[in-house]
Design a protein around this ligand. Structure first.
Ligand code: F6R
Length: 531
């Protein structure tokens, strides 16, 4: 199988359209096997443009579509009949009498299948077959474990295909449960096959195409036995391993991700100088490259990224093109983004909000950090966009913030603020349990305040209640501003789980989904890998 790796969907569509057009130019009477679904739409668009500009002439071609739902009326707007009309046939100079799509209205599907197969043979067989690929590896509607030798037949759709195709219908219930499809044997008899794959949801199955195995539970792998198959896929679908690097003030975390599977995690101390930090990343990358097919690096770094460089306060980075430096020394495409953004991306791809498209991650630590994910992507940001810790919640007598403003949320909702408030209350209430713990330990921490709370200390309870108010006020503002599907809380204090979350929820709107990060400090490196 030849593989053409494209930068993105548009390039994939362009390449496929070029090959499709070349086939027609070489043989104007070509018999073409066509696919539906979202993947070939871009290719069809390009072909329409080429037809309009006179580059390709469809008047001589005969077409056979791979499949059609069953039962379905032709004029149903989700039928493949309608799909082909809308996406190709009514825009090009094709002879509609020479286009064929299995009849989803037939009362006798068995006969329809036999006739369809006969017509393909009578036309001289398919010269070029276009295929998409299902997330479960189906081609046409040949679902996992389908017979290897089947010709056009009536088949039942698997639950996963019904679920994947539900996006085109009102609901999964509306998706027909059966389809008439060319069989594997029909597809394999095409002289040439172009298989298209786009997007990360196909990466698992594309990886199966790239290894040596043939597996009937992934029907597309059978194509490996065909002498002339070209896989044209975009980078998202092409599974190489990605290395995620999360640079922190104390340590640097590494994660190797294949598709969406985490293969390796490591953590090393953060060296002092910029050169040493870059050396560490390069050394680790070179080591990991021997073991994994690393195709790209993503780096999450603290600080402000602007104009392609990063400047951080707690690391020696000043106007540093960190991604360029790492790319040059590793020979791998490298991207970088703010570490909190990476963590938010990690949460939506690997955490407990994978069912969401839009989330906000709020990390409660020394400060309050976070990232905003819109449509499963980091919200395009410049400078301080996404710096949710600096939402101003007190304008009048606001506490001073290191950023120069007064009343920033992190001055109230960070763990440092919580501890400061608790120390203040302990000093003011010498007989309290909270103060006893303070004197015993010589300091307070989130965990020690919870120790006082466990002992039902009223002073600690008051500090905690006030802290929850602060937390809630910022969370409510975030919810109003971004309308996320969920807000994910991370940071040491969230390990208290329900002790923190239950009373917090009482202060928030009922329909606002709050989750505690299951990834915690791993989110950054995992998200960076997905940059
Ligand atoms: C469509 C077809 C299917 C699709 C596959 C991928 O005629 O036969 O096998 O190619 O389900 O669909 P998309 O492209 O929507 O991901």
């Amino acid at each position: 199988m030849r593989v053409i790796l494209c930068e993105n969907y548009d390039e994939m569509s362009e390449k496929a359209a070029g090959m499709f057009a070349a086939q027609i130019t070489l043989k104007p009477e070509s018999v073409l096997g066509l696919a539906t679904g979202s993947t070939p739409v871009g290719m069809y668009k390009r072909l329409i443009e080429m037809n309009k500009s006179g580059t390709v002439d469809f008047s001589g071609v005969t077409t056979f579509n791979l499949d059609e739902y069953y039962p379905i009326k032709r004029d149903n707007n989700q039928s493949y009949f309608t799909f082909m009309k809308d996406n190709l046939f009514s825009h090009i100079n094709i002879d509609l009498k020479k286009t064929h799509i299995p009849n989803g209205e037939t009362k006798n599907p068995v006969k329809e299948c036999e006739q369809y197969e006969k017509m393909i043979r009578q036309a001289g067989g398919v010269d070029l077959q276009i295929l998409g690929i299902g997330q479960n590896g189906h081609i046409g509607f040949n679902e996992p474990d389908a017979s290897l030798n089947s010709f056009t037949h009536l088949t039942s759709l698997t639950d996963s295909t019904i679920k994947a195709n539900a996006r085109f219908f009102e609901s999964a219930n509306e998706v027909p449960k059966q389809a008439i499809t060319m069989g594997i044997a029909t597809i394999m008899s095409a002289k040439k096959i172009i298989l298209l794959a786009s997007g990360a949801s196909k990466s698992r199955v594309v990886a199966e195409l790239l290894n040596d195995g043939i597996n009937t539970s992934i029907p597309a792998t059978l194509l490996k036995t065909h002498p002339d198959v070209v896989l044209i896929c975009d980078k998202d679908a092409y599974l190489g391993a990605k290395l995620g690097v999360d640079i922190g003030g104390t340590n640097i975390k590494f994660a190797v991700v294949e598709g969406e599977n985490v293969k390796y995690k490591a953590c090393v101390d953060t060296p002092k100088t910029t050169d040493e930090i870059i050396d560490t990343i390069v050394k680790e990358t070179k080591k990991l490259k021997k073991e994994y097919k690393i195709k790209a690096i993503g780096i999450g770094t603290p600080g402000v990224i602007s104009g392609g460089t990063v400047t951080a306060t707690n690391l020696p980075f000043k106007d540093l093109a960190l991604d360029v430096e790492v790319a040059q020394r590793t020979d791998l495409p490298t991207n970088m983004d703010n570490d909190a953004n990476c963590a938010a991306l990690g949460e939506v791809i690997f955490g407990n909000t994978t069912d969401c498209d839009n989330i906000v991650l709020v990390t409660l630590g020394t400060g309050v950090g976070g990232g905003v994910i819109v449509n499963r992507q980091i919200m395009a940001s410049n400078k301080s966009a996404g710096e949710i810790g600096h939402i101003i919640i007190d304008m009048k007598d606001g506490r001073e913030c290191a950023c120069g403003e007064k009343g920033c949320w992190e001055q109230y909702a960070s763990i440092s603020a919580f501890v400061k408030d608790a120390v203040h209350a302990a000093n003011a209430n010498p007989d309290s349990v909270l103060n006893k713990i303070y004197e015993r330990e010589g300091r307070l921490s989130g965990r020690l305040i919870f120790e006082a709370l466990n002992e039902k200390c009223p002073v600690a309870e008051e500090v905690f209640d006030q802290y929850l108010e602060y937390l809630a006020v910022g969370i409510k503002s975030i919810a109003m501003a971004f309308g996320p599907d969920a807000i994910v809380l991370a940071g040491g204090i969230t390990k208290e789980g329900d002790k923190l979350i239950k009373p917090l929820r009482k202060k928030l709107p009922k329909d606002l989904r709050i989750e505690v990060s299951t990834l915690q400090s791993d989110a950054g490196s995992l998200g960076a890998a997905m940059l």
